[in-house]
Write a protein that binds this ligand. Sequence first.
Ligand SMILES: Cc1ncc(C[n+]2csc(CCOP(=O)(O)OP(=O)(O)O)c2C)c(N)n1
Ligand SMILES: [Mg+2]
Length: 290
Amino acid sequence: MSKRIFKMCPEFEDIMPDEYKELVEKGPYGKGYGVSDLGNFKELIEEHPLCAGCGLALALRLVIASLPVPEETIVVGSTGCSSLLFPQVALHNIHSIFGNQNAVATGLKRAMQLRFPDKEKDVVVIAGDGATADIGLDMVMQSWFRRERLTTIMLDNEAYANTGGQESGMSVEKKVLNMAPTGKKFPKICLPEVAREAGCDYVATVSSANSRRIEKVVRQAVLTAREVGPSYVQIFSPCPTNYKFKSHESVAMAKAREKDGTYSMVEYVSDNARSFLEGLKEEAKHAKRN
Ligand SMILES: Cc1ncc(C[n+]2csc(CCOP(=O)(O)OP(=O)(O)O)c2C)c(N)n1
Ligand SMILES: [Mg+2]
């Protein structure tokens, strides 16, 4: 199996920027890296186009470091702030039209199963709250009902951030945003509960300030999708630009919302997923002992 998922076209080598070459050479592939290894590999080009203090950029870096097998993973993204980042990450990724991400991921996963019947190819959707909970909700929920073997990760900045701050279903009640001047009229959608009821075998929420929990839940979600059924992870990713706080306050903001319970941290695991994940833990313990 090739551990190098990105290759530079030799004809372009002399014109590609140095940091892109570095991304190809020092990507996170094949070494079993985790979040504590961030800084020892290159997952993202430094001069990415997101705002200073963007909680979503931090979340994405942590997700990349948490994928169980990045070299065998394909990320399906959608329009929004994260789509500006994807061309610059060291992962196979595909952009889908806003809202279509779980439909595109379904086709991709099925094609991968046909093309590589002896390999596990993890297909992971990473999209914003608008793409997941509003405009793409139909495709997202239908993929859960159909029990597609996908992991859906929402980067929840509680707004349509990329288009200047409209409210999304995930915005908090009464919140006034640049383009929601009278304040939101209904509460935040409880998508984790919707995911559980729609048949996801593993559901978890986490904040971008909690790197260890991101590592744990992303791994469990991807492995559950591989072996059991659909999984959903929702990552609170504070947005300094639209929620109007200072860029250096982003991590504190995530921690505060986690602590005061205004962003609830939940984990729902089906019986099948629980016995599968417990089996994995037992195997790991056994491997450590021997
Ligand atoms: C089919 C379609 N509808 C609408 C848009 C406009 N649009 C681009 S990004 C965006 C908002 C994205 O919000 P979200 O998914 O929360 O991502 P964020 O930018 O907040 O990360 C919208 C409405 C589009 N590009 N394509
Ligand atoms: Mg958003």
